[in-house]
Design a protein. Sequence first.
Length: 147
Amino acid sequence: MTKNPPTLNGSCLCGAVTYRIDGAPLDFVLCHCGRCRKTTGSSFAANLIARPADLTWTSGHSTTGGHATTGQPDGVARWDLPTAASFATATCRVCGTPVPHATRNGRLMIVPAGTLDCDPGLTPRRQIFTASKAGWCIDVEDLPAES
């Protein structure tokens, strides 16, 4: 018997933009490139990669229930870096949270893992652009932890 992958729900900080992913993500990567560091304000971006047909906007879109293949939601501002062949980012127009966006060719969705409302049940599979890794990005296992 085939087990159906869980549905993953996600949202921005203010809740104006929400989405659902039906189907297993294609990948889960940690990107250390300087562009991702700038757009996240962190040492790397943690992104799920999904099929556009698997992502449905549940709010923030003029037609709730619109698949990612029908375009960017009204509540989302997309920005394409003019000097790059493929770098883009998208944020909620209300709170500025990074939210999912399609790659320029429309074949994949980049989904910021931090916007998921629950544990996706998987961990990152690989790190990319590690040659650009921030010098201050360290293994946190040895740091004191507070709850």
